[in-house]
Design a protein around this ligand. Structure first.
Ligand SMILES: Nc1ncnc2c1ncn2[C@@H]1O[C@H](COP(=O)(O)OP(=O)(O)OP(=O)(O)O)[C@@H](O)[C@H]1O
Length: 400
């Protein structure tokens, strides 16, 4: 444990220093998925009574992709999933699976399977019979059922539990059985609706890794629905952020976290500090001189801006550099004082109140015992700047 923590600290702090010297965040190696769409949702609309839930919803999901639909409760995530599964009828639009229009194909004939939040295992049946159920309904021969069920159970590493009943399994194991029951039908697409939300924190973390590994191993397209942003960032190749039935942003986890397109996405994913800024003048094609909370500095933007235009500058807690105030050295910084400080394992978090407007700013520093700057304390006057180029700049009028 100690070695692990030291390694982590070393990795993160060296990465952090390396980044600081480069002035940009590290490149991640991202898995490539086939760019051929397996599912196309074309202009979907759905209302319940007179309440419109989904309106003109368009999305192409690539073959082999782990796609997460993320959004607040009630935004329509499950409705999208149920429309794909054929469990709800569309008002308008069409659904294409592998080039074939399946809009009017009944749920049981679609090559998609759903794993729900409640695993819905039959309590009186053995694990084997639970997994075999769909195949028996399809009148698959017995010897083939035997082979396919055991193969699916081996895949989720529960083949030694085939004779048990669901009540004799833990929550995580039951969840794996629900997945085995879905994959035994060899679906082209697996739909997972809040499938991990009933698990406790530790098990949930383990299952996130297992599910991701399983998806890579199976090569099946996964469409995963969650309102948990951390889960979405950890597991997905691509995230769709939804709000009130619309797509706010469609991108890789890194795009969504580091380059949110609007304030809704920025606030929904992780912590963010939102500074008011006013344009002074353009300096180069992608740099503007601006007044950000009283700090005259350069910000990165190629937006078409004019003098005095209001902007928003968005900074994650880890983007901000916090230093002890030295009036001579930090005259170009934003000034405040620390009101709270908390240890988070690999990071130290400070809450800073800005002197000029009492705004609360959250700052996160990677923990490094050798760094004297980490020695800040509550009450201390501090100067805030940020790693050049890490800011996200939004138009004030677009950022509502
Ligand atoms: N069968 C239904 N009849 C009437 N209203 C429904 C029905 N199903 C869903 N709704 C409504 O549609 C809206 C979207 O529901 P949906 O379940 O798709 O949201 P969600 O984003 O998945 O939310 P959550 O994260 O809470 O599950 C909600 O206001 C919900 O009350």
């Amino acid at each position: 444990m100690v070695t692990y923590r030291i390694c982590c600290k070393y990795f993160i702090s060296t990465q952090y220093l390396f980044l600081g010297s480069l002035g940009r965040k590290p490149k991640l190696v991202e898995k490539s998925v086939q760019s051929k769409p397996i599912i196309e949702l074309r202009s979907l609309s759905k209302s319940f009574g007179d309440k419109n839930i989904i309106n003109n919803f368009n999305l192409a999901i690539n073959n082999g992709e782990f796609l997460t639909i993320l959004g607040p409760s009630g935004c329509g995530k499950t409705t999208v999933l149920r429309l794909i599964a054929g469990l709800e009828e569309l008002d308008e639009g069409s659904i294409i699976l592998n080039g074939e229009d399946i809009t009017n194909v009944p749920a049981e004939k679609r090559h998609v399977n759903t794993v729900f939040q409640s695993y819905a295992l039959f309590p009186h049946m053995t694990i084997f019979e639970n997994v075999a159920f769909g195949l028996r309904m399809q009148k698959v021969p017995n010897d083939e059922i035997q082979t396919r069920v055991m193969e699916a159970l081996r895949m989720v590493r529960l083949d030694d539990m085939a004779k048990r009943k669901p009540a004799q399994l833990s929550g995580g194991q039951q969840q794996r059985i629900a997945i085995a029951r879905a994959v035994v039908n060899k679906p082209e697409v697996l739909l997972l609706d809040e499938s991990l939300s009933a698990l406790d924190y530790k098990l949930r973390k383990e299952m996130q890794n297992e599910l991701k590994a399983l998806q890579r191993q199976l090569g099946i397209t996964f469409i995963f629905v969650t309102h948990d942003q951390e889960e979405a960032l950890t597991m997905s190749d691509r995230i769709i952020v939804m709000n009130k039935g619309n797509i706010e942003q469609d991108g890789s986890p890194r795009d969504i976290y580091e380059d949110p397109k609007n304030l809704f996405v920025a606030k929904f994913i992780g912590e963010i500090n939102i500074f008011d800024a006013k344009v002074i003048e353009r300096k180069t094609a992608n740099k503007v001189i601006a007044n950000v909370e009283g700090r005259i500095c350069e910000i990165d933007t190629d937006m078409d801006v004019s003098a005095d235009q209001k902007l928003k500058v968005l900074l994650r807690p880890e983007d901000i550099v916090i230093e002890e105030l030295d009036e001579n050295e930090n005259s170009k910084a934003i000034i405040g004082h620390i009101v709270d400080r908390s240890y988070k394992g690999m990071t130290l978090e400070s809450t800073v109140i800005l002197d000029h407007n009492n705004m609360k700013v959250l700052v996160s520093e990677f923990f490094n015992e050798d760094d004297p700057h980490i020695d800040h304390s509550v009450g201390q006057k501090v100067a805030l700047t940020w790693h050049e180029g890490w800011e996200v700049v939004l138009n004030d009028e677009n950022s509502q």
